[in-house]
Each structure stands twice: as C-alpha cells, then as structure tokens.
Unconditional design. Structure first.
Length: 473
C-alpha cells in the first residue's frame, strides 16, 4: 500500500474533558534513539523526521503498511542513525478496527515487544517496541486529548495531559478536591499545583494525617487556647495557619473517627472551635485531601463517615501510576538526572519495562543512584542499577498444590476476572509446548499479549523454552 503517513501533533488545551466515549487513535511514539537519546515532547509540537528537532509520533488510523528500518522511506520510520537496525527491519500493518500488526522482516538483530523477541505480534496499548537500538511505544490516544500549562506535572502521556487539564480547570474554583492514587504518584505535587493556580493569598499547609497522634489530632488541626490542658499555650492549629490558603490533608483515611464530625463541620460551615474554647471562629480554607485507600470500602466498614466522604469528594482527581504512563518514564528520569551521561539503550529499555511499584518516588531514587554511580562514566549502563529493576521473587506454591484447571468462562450474571497465572504454571506450559506462544495462550486461556506480559512480569525468556519450531501464523 502506498500512503503518506503523517505525523500527529499533541492536542491543544480546550474546554472538553476526556470521557469514556472519546475516540482513541493508535499512535506509535518514538521514546529513545541511540544518537538522539531521550525523546521528550511538548504541547503543540510536531516534527519532520525521526532525526528532526521535534518529537515524532505516527497516527495509525488509516490503512497502511508502515516500514521501519535504516532504508525505510523518509516519510515512514527511517532509522538512518541506528547501526543496529536492518535496512528493512520490520513493518507495521495498520487495518482500521484491528490492532496494529508488527512483523519482523528477517532482521539481523530481531524485533522485540515488551522485551520478548517476536516474528509477528498484535500491539496493544502501552506495548514497548525495540527495533535495533530505537524504542517506541504503542499508545491508544484519546481524541481530543486536552492539556494545560502546569509545569510541575511532567510528561506527555494522555493520562498526565488529562490530569493537567483537570488541575487547571478546578484550581480557581476553590472546590474541595480529593486526590486518589497509589503511593508515590505525586499527590502532594498535584496539591501544590492546585494551590499555585488557585490565586489564593494564604499559604499551602501540608498535614500528614497518619503522623498525628490520636490524642493530639483535634488540637493540631483546630488549635487550642491557653490553659486548655496543663501547661498549654495558645496554638492556632493547621486550619487557622492555612487561613485564606489551602490545607492539604494527606492520608486523610487515617483520621480518627472522633475527629471526623468536627472536620465535617469545618468543611461545611467554614468555622472551627479550638480545644478549650466555646467560641467558633471563622476560617476560610480550601481543603485538598489525598489517600491511597479505597474510601468507599472504608465507608462500608464504618471506619469513615459517609457524609464526610461525600464532602471530601466534591471533585475527585485520580493520579495515574507510572506503569500506565510509560512514555513519561524517560523524560521524568531526565528531569531528575539533570546534566548526566547518556543512557545505554539496554538501560532505557529496562527502565521502560520495569513495573515501578513505588511510582515517581522510586524513579527519583533510581535517578539519584544513576547520577552518583555514573558521574564519571561516558554512558549510564544497566549494570549500575540492575538489582533495582529485578522483580520480587514469586512466593512458593503451597505443598502438593493440584494442577490448575483452565478457568471457566465468567457467568453472564456476575462478570469476573480470570485467576492470575503463577510463574510455575507459566513455566510448565512453556516447557510442555516448546515456548510456542499461540499454543501456550490457548492452553492457559489467555491472549498472546497476556502471555508476553507474563513473561516480562516473571523475568522469563522464550529462548529458554524454544524447541526449534515457530508459532503458527
């Protein structure tokens, strides 16, 4: 097929938020090149070629056979600077309504998806592709994908663009905002961005609710008057310290039950009563709360008041984990590294494939170690932090565990997820079927892509199980 494959531009900010019904366009993004290094994109920027001054992405929304290699046409994926890529290394077949199909064209060094060498593979959202020393990401990008200028929230994934848009939208409204996200996803950074864009004159006061002793919680939040208890001197408390500003209640799910009705009154009426006083005092404070807990479950268990949850969740912003924004990993690392030697391709790929259970906080620690260990080296290599990127070992199965039967299809009346595949089950299936992905997938009741991801998760290599045969087309 002959078609001129144009480059997509990053969506500009607009007034529409992302919705479940947004159209999604598969897009191939360039993440890393051996000579170019980390590729970071900026809103509104496109590019003219793989080695041009601007980031590059290819929209895969019309029929096309996209060629990839050193000898590919300049309007396709020309890797002229990548000595590890073959002249025509791979092709990406695009058929609207079907997943993009990546095929290796008999390359010398192989084509890899999520670290596993493939002959051909259907690409899914979030897959990392390596051709030679060049790394790409397949992303299903929502259209439109609104964005906004929030410099502290770094990245160009659709998830982080959406978060920036929401932060800019709600910051001036002074609504109570609940930030939900895993540990290390940047809840305090997001709270700081909301405060900075709010236009408030008062300070941002951050409080770790988990660190407040229950006996002192009321006094620390609402303050106390002189003589409220033995030796007490007047103390304003966090609420009054944040007057005309923002109070950030981190780990709000840790608040003791006795304090919850008083916090609810402060939120609803804008007044607080210091310990030892009977005079309510007005307090104009915008509250941002954050937690990694499932608060609706806390309400069901009775550990969190339902009316307090309803008041805290006036606006809910969900912070994406790093594993859902792989295209942001290398730019974030570059931000934390500052001026440093370039990354080796193997290190860049390992960073992209790591699960990052502690998210941006963990990424920052990895950058610190790379910066210190590699300060005098010409290149940052995988061996500097290899132990950090090894997944935790799987727990051993119970003694005399019976062989696992294939999962039954879920009931139409009660949808359910199939049970997870353990490492020993995957190894047994791969050994039995000679590492043939298609056969293993059928035997375990999973898709081919799920098997590739299980290989990545458990640190297994297909070459250890191959019997010389190839997967059926």
């Amino acid at each position: 097929m002959a078609a001129n494959h144009s480059l997509a531009r990053t969506a500009q900010p607009d007034d529409e938020g992302l919705s479940a019904g947004s159209a999604r366009v598969p897009t191939l993004r360039l993440l890393f090149g051996k000579s170019r290094g980390i590729v970071a994109s900026s809103p509104g920027m496109g590019g003219l070629g793989l080695l041009g001054a601007q980031p590059i992405r290819w929209r895969l929304d019309r029929p096309h056979a996209l060629q990839i290699g050193r000898g590919a046409p300049s309007d396709e994926v020309c890797l002229a600077d990548d000595s590890q890529a073959s002249r025509l290394h791979a092709s990406l077949l695009v058929v609207p309504g079907q997943p993009p199909l990546l095929r290796d064209l008999g390359s010398s060094n192989g084509t890899f998806v999520n670290g596993a060498r493939i002959q051909q593979a259907s690409l899914c959202d979030g897959d990392v592709v390596r051709v030679g020393s060049t790394l790409f990401l397949l992303r299903e990008e929502p259209q439109p994908c609104p964005d906004a200028q929030v410099p502290s929230l770094i990245g160009q994934s659709p998830a982080i663009c959406h978060l920036r848009h929401e932060v800019a939208l709600w910051a001036p409204s002074l609504c109570t905002v609940l930030l939900l996200g895993d540990s290390g996803t940047g809840k305090e950074v997001t709270a700081q961005a909301l405060h900075a864009l709010s236009g408030q004159k008062g300070p941002l006061v951050a409080v770790n609710c988990a660190a407040i002793p229950e006996t002192l919680a009321e006094s620390q939040l609402f303050g106390h008057v002189s003589g409220a208890f033995t030796g007490a001197k007047a103390h304003p408390g966090y609420f009054r310290a944040a007057h005309f500003g923002t109070l950030f209640l981190d780990e709000v799910g840790e608040l003791p039950a006795s304090l919850q009705p008083k916090l609810l009154r402060a939120l609803e009426e804008g007044v607080i009563t210091p310990v030892g006083s009977v005079e309510p005092q007005p307090c104009k404070v915008r509250v941002i709360a954050a937690t990694n807990r499932n608060l609706p479950s806390e309400v069901e268990r009775g550990t969190l008041r339902g009316d307090l949850f309803a008041r805290l969740s006036e606006i809910v912003l969900r912070l994406p984990p790093v594993r859902e924004r792989r295209e942001d990993i290398l730019p974030l690392l570059g931000h934390f590294l500052g001026h440093s030697p370039p990354l080796a391709p193997a290190l860049a790929e390992a960073l992209l494939l790591h699960r990052w259970p502690w998210n941006v906080r963990e990424l920052s620690k990895v950058a610190t170690e790379l910066r210190v260990r590699g300060a005098k080296l010409p290149q940052l290599t995988l061996d500097l932090i290899k132990d950090r990127l090894v997944p935790a070992p799987e727990p051993p199965p119970p003694p005399s565990h019976p062989a696992k039967a294939l999962p039954e299809p879920p009931s139409a009346s009660l949808p359910s997820e199939p049970p997870p595949i353990r490492k020993d089950e995957l190894v047994e299936a791969l050994s039995t079927h000679g590492g043939r992905i298609a056969v293993v997938a059928r035997a375990l009741g999973r898709s081919r892509q799920q098997i590739y991801r299980l290989l990545e998760l458990h640190g297994l290599s297909l070459s250890d199980f191959r019997d010389g045969s190839q997967d059926p087309e």
